[in-house]
Design a protein around this ligand. Structure first.
Ligand code: SF4
Length: 664
C-alpha cells in the first residue's frame, strides 16, 4: 500500500469513530445506478436505495436474482464503473469516511482489501490457481500492512489461517487452491479478506456454491469473527433461510428498490411487505411436510420492462387496480415498530398476513403431496459400485477412486426417493449409473425386472424412453438454436410418437407454461421457465422413471417452490417414479416419500419421511439436519451450539476432502 493510500485508510477509520452523531460505518443515500445500452437509451437497475451499516452490525441484503442487491454491494466497494455502470450525481456512497463515488481510484482501491474485506461466491475464480495459499495471503498482507517485515508477514499469514479454523496452517501455506475443498478455499478467501484488518466485510452470496454443512460452518465462522473483531458484515444473498441465524438487520430488495427493512426478529416474526412475506412462505419447512408450497407467480421484471406504479403489482396477491398500478409506493416508517422499520407498500395499513395462524393450520392438516407409492419396486439396485481410475502424481501412477460403494436400494412405482449428501458423496454418479449413462463397475440394477447392467446397447436404447434425466443447469441441456416446439418435437419424432399440436400444448400445460411458449427460444425465458421446458421434454415420452439431479439448486427460492409443486403434480397425475437428488433437506422433506443419505460414496441411511427427520440414526444425517437453515432467528440462535457439536462429531466437512481413494 502506498503512503497516500495508507493515510486515506487511517484517516478514514479515524473519521468514522469521530462524530458521535453519525455512527454509520457505511452510508448509501439515494443510490441510482445506470447503464447505457447499445440502442442509445439507458436503464437503471438500482434506484433510490438508502441504508446504513453500523459498526459491528450484521446486515443482510436479500432478494431474487435481478433485484439489484449485488450491484448495490459493488457500489459499496466503489466498483460500479468496472462493470460499465454509472452512479447518479445526486447519489452518495460513503464507507469509512471515503466517498466511494467521487474519491480518486487510488483512495477507493486502498480501502478495498484494507478497510473493506470482500468475499465472493466462487473462491476458485477469486484465487489465483498458479500461486500457493502462502503467496496469495502474503501478497494481501504486504499490500495492506507495509510496515511488517518478511518474518512478521509469515507469522500473520499462519495466524490468519488459524483464525479461520483451518487445520495445520503452517503446512497449508504451500498448498495450491485446486488441492483444497470448496469450504477450505472459502476459508482461505476469508483469511485474505481479513489480511487488511477490515472494519467492514462484504460477502456476496459467499455460501451459494457450498454444501449445506459447509455453508453452516462458514456462516458460523463469519458470525464468530464479527463478534471477536467487532467487524460489520453486509451479507448479500437470495436465501432468507441463511439470514435468520446470521443477521441483525434485513434489507429486502425488489426490482432495484428497497421494499422492506428492519430488525431481523421483527421482519421474520411479521413481514409487512407482500414480497418479503411471499419469499418467506416459499421456503419449504424442515419441521413438517406441507401439502403444497407457496410460489410467487411470474418472475422479477427486467430493468427495461418494469411495470408502472408498484413494480411488484403483477405478482402481488394484494394488488389493487388503479392504486398499485399507477402510484410508486414510498419507503414508509412503520408506526409502532422499532429500529427504523420501513416498508414500501401503498396498502401497508390495510393488509395483514395470516402467517402464524395459516402455518399452524397447514401443519395440522399436512399429509404431504398427493400420490403415495404403491410399494412394488420399479427399480431394484443391489451392491452397486462404481470406481474411476484417476492419475496421481507423475510416472503414470494411477489410483482407484470409489465414487459409489456397494449401494443397495429399491425405487417403488410412483414413489419419490430423495438422495441427499454433500458434493463428492457419490449422488450424481449413482444417478448416472441408475440410468446406465455410465457403466457400473459391479452390482445389479433391475429396471422393471430386467438387469440394466447386462443389457446390450440395442436393448438399452429400447428402454431409454422409459427413463429420463433432468440436470441442474437447464441452459446446457437445451439447444439455444431450437424453439420450444422443436425441443419438444425432437424426442417424439425420434421414437415415432404422436407429435401433434395438442400433445405439445399438453406437455407445456403439465409444467404450467402457456401454449405461446412454443414459438420462443430458450434465451427468452427465465432460469425457472427453462427448467420447466427441460422437464416438459423429459416427460414427452411418458417415462416411468425420472431422475432429477439437483434440478432446482441454481434457482431462486420462489422459483424452486413452483418447480417442486410441478414435480409433485407429475407423480400424482402420471404416476411417474422420481429420484430427486438434492442437498437441501427441507425441499426433500416436502417432495419425497423416502430419503437415502450418501456419505463418502456409501448409502449410510435410508428411511421413510418423516422417520428420517424425526429420528435420524447416522451422525452424518444428524449433521445435515443440524446444518439446514431454519427461517426463525430464535431457533437458529439456539441451534448454533448444537450444530457445532454435531458437525464436530461427524467431522468438519469444510476442512477435509471426501475422496474415497485406494492405490490401483
Ligand atoms: Fe402489493 Fe400494492 Fe403493496 Fe405493491 S403496493 S406490494 S402491489 S399491495
Amino acid at each position: 500500500m502506498t503512503d497516500a493510500a495508507h493515510a486515506v485508510r487511517t484517516r478514514a477509520v479515524a473519521d468514522t469513530t469521530a462524530p458521535p452523531e453519525n455512527p454509520a460505518l457505511a452510508r448509501v443515500e439515494n443510490l441510482r445506478i445506470t447503464f447505457d445500452r447499445d440502442a442509445g437509451d439507458s436503464v437503471s437497475p438500482v434506484e433510490d436505495v438508502s441504508f446504513e451499516v453500523r459498526p459491528g452490525e450484521r446486515l443482510a441484503v436479500v432478494g431474487e436474482s435481478g433485484s439489484g442487491k449485488s450491484l448495490t454491494s459493488l457500489a459499496l466497494m466503489g466498483l460500479v464503473d468496472r462493470v460499465g455502470g454509472r452512479i447518479a450525481d445526486h447519489s452518495q456512497v460513503e464507507v469509512l469516511g471515503v466517498d466511494m463515488v467521487r474519491a480518486p481510484e487510488p483512495a477507493r482501491r486502498a480501502l478495498r482489501g484494507g478497510g473493506i474485506g470482500m468475499i465472493f461466491q466462487d473462491p476458485l475464480t477469486s484465487l489465483d490457481p498458479v500461486r500457493s495459499v502462502g503467496f496469495q495471503l502474503g501478497e494481501a498482507i504486504e499490500l495492506h500492512r507495509p510496515a511488517l517485515d518478511k518474518h512478521e508477514t509469515g507469522k500473520l499469514a499462519v495466524d490468519l489461517l488459524d483464525q479461520v479454523r483451518l487445520p495445520r496452517p503452517q503446512a497449508l501455506l504451500a498448498s495450491y487452491p485446486h488441492e483444497l475443498s470448496g469450504g477450505m478455499r472459502q476459508r482461505v478467501m476469508i483469511a485474505i479478506a481479513l489480511a487488511g484488518d477490515p472494519d467492514l466485510l462484504i460477502a456476496d452470496e459467499p455460501t451459494t456454491a457450498l454444501d449445506v454443512t459447509v455453508q453452516a460452518q462458514i456462516l458460523d465462522l463469519v458470525h464468530d469473527l464479527c463478534d471477536e473483531r467487532s467487524l460489520a458484515v453486509v451479507l448479500v444473498t437470495h436465501d432468507l433461510g441463511v439470514v435468520a441465524g446470521f443477521a441483525d438487520r434485513v434489507v429486502t430488495m425488489y426490482a432495484g428498490r428497497i421494499v422492506e427493512q428492519g430488525a431481523t426478529e421483527e421482519v421474520y416474526a411479521a413481514p409487512r411487505h407482500p414480497y418479503t412475506d411471499a419469499l418467506m412462505r416459499s421456503i419449504p419447512p424442515l419441521t413438517h411436510r406441507e401439502p403444497r408450497l407457496v410460489a410467487i407467480p411470474g418472475s422479477p421484471p427486467e430493468p427495461a420492462h418494469r411495470p408502472t406504479g408498484c413494480a411488484f403489482h403483477d405478482r402481488c396477491g394484494f394488488a389493487e387496480e388503479h392504486v398499485c398500478t399507477t402510484e410508486r409506493p414510498p419507503l414508509t416508517l412503520v408506526e409502532g415498530s422499532s429500529d427504523a422499520r420501513r416498508v414500501a407498500c401503498l396498502r401497508l395499513t390495510e393488509i395483514t398476513f395470516p402467517l402464524g395462524a395459516a402455518r399452524a393450520t397447514e401443519r395440522a392438516e399436512s399429509t404431504g403431496p398427493a400420490g403415495a407409492a404403491d410399494g412394488s419396486p420399479l427399480v431394484s439396485v443391489r451392491g452397486l459400485t462404481k470406481k474411476f481410475a484417476i492419475r496421481s502424481g507423475g510416472f503414470g501412477k494411477r489410483e482407484q477412486l470409489t465414487a459409489v460403494d456397494d449401494v443397495s436400494l429399491d425405487i417403488g412405482r410412483a414413489e419419490i426417493l430423495g438422495i441427499v449428501g454433500e458434493s463428492g458423496s457419490g449422488k450424481s454418479t449413482l444417478a448416472r449409473c441408475l440410468l446406465r449413462l455410465i457403466d457400473p463397475t459391479s452390482g445389479r440394477i433391475e429396471f422393471d425386472g430386467r438387469d440394466l447392467a447386462s443389457m446390450s446397447a440395442r436393448e438399452l436404447r429400447k428402454q431409454r424412453p422409459r427413463m429420463q434425466m433432468i440436470f441442474q443447469d437447464p441452459s446446457s441441456s437445451l439447444n439455444p438454436r431450437m424453439t420450444v416446439r422443436q425441443t419438444l418435437l425432437e424426442p417424439l419424432k425420434i421414437h415415432g410418437r404422436p407429435a401433434d399440436e395438442q400433445t405439445l400444448v399438453g406437455l407445456l400445460d403439465s409444467v404450467k407454461l402457456p401454449a405461446s411458449a412454443l414459438a420462443r427460444y430458450p434465451h427468452e425465458f427465465s432460469g425457472g421457465q427453462r427448467q420447466r421446458i427441460a422437464i416438459a421434454r423429459a416427460i414427452a415420452l411418458r417415462p416411468e422413471l425420472l431422475v432429477c439431479d439437483e434440478p432446482v439448486s441454481a434457482l431462486d427460492v420462489s422459483v424452486r417452490s413452483s418447480l417442486l409443486n410441478v414435480l409433485s403434480d407429475l407423480r400424482a397425475e402420471q404416476g411417474i417414479s422420481l429420484v430427486f437428488i438434492a442437498h437441501d433437506l427441507a425441499m426433500v422433506r416436502f417432495l419425497c416419500d423416502r430419503v437415502g443419505v450418501m456419505f463418502r460414496s456409501r448409502l449410510v441411511e435410508l428411511n421413510g419421511n418423516p422417520e428420517i427427520y424425526d429420528a435420524p440414526v447416522h451422525p452424518h444425517t444428524r449433521a445435515l439436519l443440524a446444518a439446514q437453515p431454519i427461517p426463525d432467528p430464535d431457533v437458529e440462535r439456539r441451534r448454533r451450539t448444537m450444530r457445532r457439536d454435531l458437525l464436530n462429531e461427524a467431522g468438519d466437512p469444510s476442512t477435509e476432502g471426501t475422496r474415497n481413494v485406494e492405490s490401483a
